[in-house]
Write a protein that binds this ligand. Structure first.
Ligand code: ATP
Ligand code: MG
Length: 578
């Protein structure tokens, strides 16, 4: 490709609305242009990158025995009613009506459609296992689209769905996908960590997310991991063993004590000169529009996804002060929000974290202003709630659940995930096949997603410097850029053209910067758009030499044009693992 014809424009500045590196560079280097919030045009350079990621994914899915299909982007409400998700899926589901008033939605994911395909097309166990996948645009009306391609409203996803005759075979399909994912991200030049995660709205039991580790805010997930064993989990799923702590208070009798204005756990601990670990903290949440109470040891934090799962709720948020006051008034209490306690809410769902079980002679609020109850015990002063489970947010330094070494935390970008769905959709949608014994049984399913556009953006998050992108060769829009420093110089142009043509003949994807621009401009653009290799034909062509530069390492060597051609071919082949 000749740069003089390439449809791209680099900008002097970063876009004003960009917060993270990949968004900044992809816009500035001319890869993407925003159409509207969370929706982007993929320009020629970007589309080449996306197709590369897609092709790696496609090759590995095919190798793993999956079959590619393409399902419609527009979906009818009926199937979503069959699965029960029409009412459950929140506002992320873009709903619309056709001209006949029929309810439709834009596909955010395709479990319903693919389950209907299997229901119709698979009759016998002999047709199993089956794994169908597609690569397609998805639409989710994300509440906070941001970070460019990392969290868009319209984005490209590979989604695969496996159908098996039993749990055991489904585990095998899951393992095959896990291995395929390792190969995919490895081939993309992206290091990922598979981590255990919450299965969320998709349902099912076991799931893993593939995280690109990044210490910046572009990683929206906290990942807890252990250096001593293979434990790694998303914060919504991570568990830990707590280090020893004082969980029995020093009071010898149970009584109310005055705690004026002690609204927070910290203020309360300071006022009573106690450790936060002997306080039973009581928090109010609104789960599916109903108030609920959550109890946890004073020094710990509630993890909302865990709480939501404990309640089997679809939505959860913290209650406002007004809502807490209303809850108290409705139960005959007249106290400020900081003084709410677990007693006297018999008709309200209460979930206690496991950490609360250990508490003895502890401190709690009792729905009276400026007062706390000390020396409290479960079974005597207040009942232990019926639901006691893990709703605690893990913190770094707590101990690994597998090997008891201290856990570490890092940020991660989820580029893909794999779920063991089980029979959630097949049962709900009555998708069955005839097994070996002639019985009609539901498919045991798995589903497997990869964010194609997010993966490309995550690669930029991991591979860049202050001057621009440093694409891994396997997903770069072009492998190499040939730069004649001065297009008016006949020899420089001749050498550059020769190199360009030889590389083309050898199947190398090559750009030639034939623009009549200053060398500085060309070098800046080459660095910004992040082409992995650069061959510069400058003054040294007089001595029969060109400059060969590796963007990733900055390494430069002066070699002959032929050597530059063979070095490029070697480097590209090695990176593509062909
Ligand atoms: P997240 O927790 O980041 O919202 P998710 O759990 O909703 O992701 P899935 O529904 O499992 O994600 O989708 C599969 C993959 O699609 C994700 O691993 C991610 O790479 C990608 N993806 C999901 N939402 C978006 C989005 N809004 N923009 C770009 N890619 C996305
Ligand atoms: Mg999501």
């Amino acid at each position: 490709m000749r740069m003089s014809h390439l449809f791209f424009e680099t900008l002097r500045d970063f876009p004003a609305d960009a917060e993270v590196t990949s968004h900044k560079f992809l816009v500035r280097a001319g890869y993407i242009r925003k159409l509207t919030n969370g929706i982007y045009n993929y320009l020629p350079l970007m589309w080449r990158v996306l197709k590369k990621v897609e092709n790696i994914v496609r090759e590995e899915m095919d190798r793993a025995g999956a079959q590619e299909i393409l399902m419609p982007f527009l979906q009818p409400k009926e199937l979503w009613e069959e699965s029960g998700r029409w009412d459950v899926y929140g506002k992320e589901l873009m709903r619309l009506k056709d001209r006949h008033g029929k309810d439709m939605c834009l596909g955010p994911t395709h479990e319903e459609i693919v389950t209907a395909i299997a229901r119709e097309g698979v009759r016998s166990y002999k047709q199993l296992p089956l794994n169908l996948y597609q690569i397609q645009s998805k639409f989710r009306d994300e509440i906070r689209p941001r970070f460019g391609l990392l969290r868009g409203r319209e984005f490209i996803m590979k989604d695969a769905y496996s159908f098996d005759r039993n749990e055991e075979d489904m585990q095998k399909s899951y393992k095959i996908m896990a291995d395929a994912y390792t190969r995919i991200f490895d081939r993309c030049g992206l290091e990922t960590k598979p981590v255990q995660s919450d299965s969320g709205a998709i349902g099912g039991n076991i799931s893993h997310e593939y995280m690109v580790i990044t210490q910046t805010d572009s990683g929206e997930n906290d990942v807890f991991y252990c250096d001593d064993c293979d434990y790694a989990a998303n914060s919504n799923h991570a568990v830990s063993v707590l280090p020893e702590a004082k969980t029995t208070g020093d009071w010898d009798k149970a009584e109310k004590v005055s705690t004026p204005n002690a609204r927070t756990i910290k203020e309360l601990a300071e006022m009573l000169k106690i450790e936060e670990t002997v306080i039973c903290k009581c928090l109010v949440y609104i789960a599916d529009k109903e108030p609920v109470l959550a109890l946890i040891r004073g020094d710990k934090t509630v993890e909302e996804t865990k709480l939501m799962n404990a309640l089997q709720a679809k939505e959860i948020r913290t209650a406002s002060d007004a809502e807490i006051e209303e809850l108290m008034v409705n139960h005959g209490f007249d106290a400020r929000p900081g003084f709410i306690g677990p007693k006297g809410f018999d008709d309200v769902k209460i979930v206690a974290d496991n950490s609360v079980k250990e508490l003895k002679n502890f401190v709690m609020a009792v729905n009276e202003n400026d007062v706390h109850f000390v020396g409290a015990n479960f079974g005597i002063d207040v009942e232990l709630p019926k639901i006691v489970t893990d709703i605690r947010l893990v913190e770094a330094g707590e101990m690994c659940p597998q090997c008891h070494k201290p856990l570490k935390v890092t940020r991660g970008i989820e580029v893909g995930n794999i779920f063991q769905l089980g029979t959630k959709y097949s049962k709900a949608m009555n998708a069955t096949f005839t097994d070996e014994n002639g019985n009609e049984v539901p498919f045991v399913m798995g589903c497997y997603g990869i964010g194609i556009s997010r993966t490309a953006a995550a690669a930029v998050e991991r591979h860049h410097d202050e001057y621009g992108i440093k694409w891994p060769i396997a997903i770069a829009p072009y492998h190499v850029i040939v730069v004649p420093v001065n297009v008016q110089d006949e020899l420089q142009m001749k050498i550059a053209e020769e190199i360009y043509n030889k590389l083309l003949e050898n199947g190398i994807e090559v750009l030639i910067d034939d623009r009549d621009d200053r060398a500085g401009v060309k070098f800046k653009d080459a660095d910004l758009i992040g082409i992995p290799l650069r061959i510069t034909a400058g003054k040294t062509v007089q001595e029969g030499l060109v400059e060969f530069k590796v963007r990733e390492t900055g390494e430069v060597v002066k070699i002959t044009p032929d050597e530059a051609v063979s070095k490029t071919i070697e480097t590209v082949k090695a990176a593509l693992k062909v």
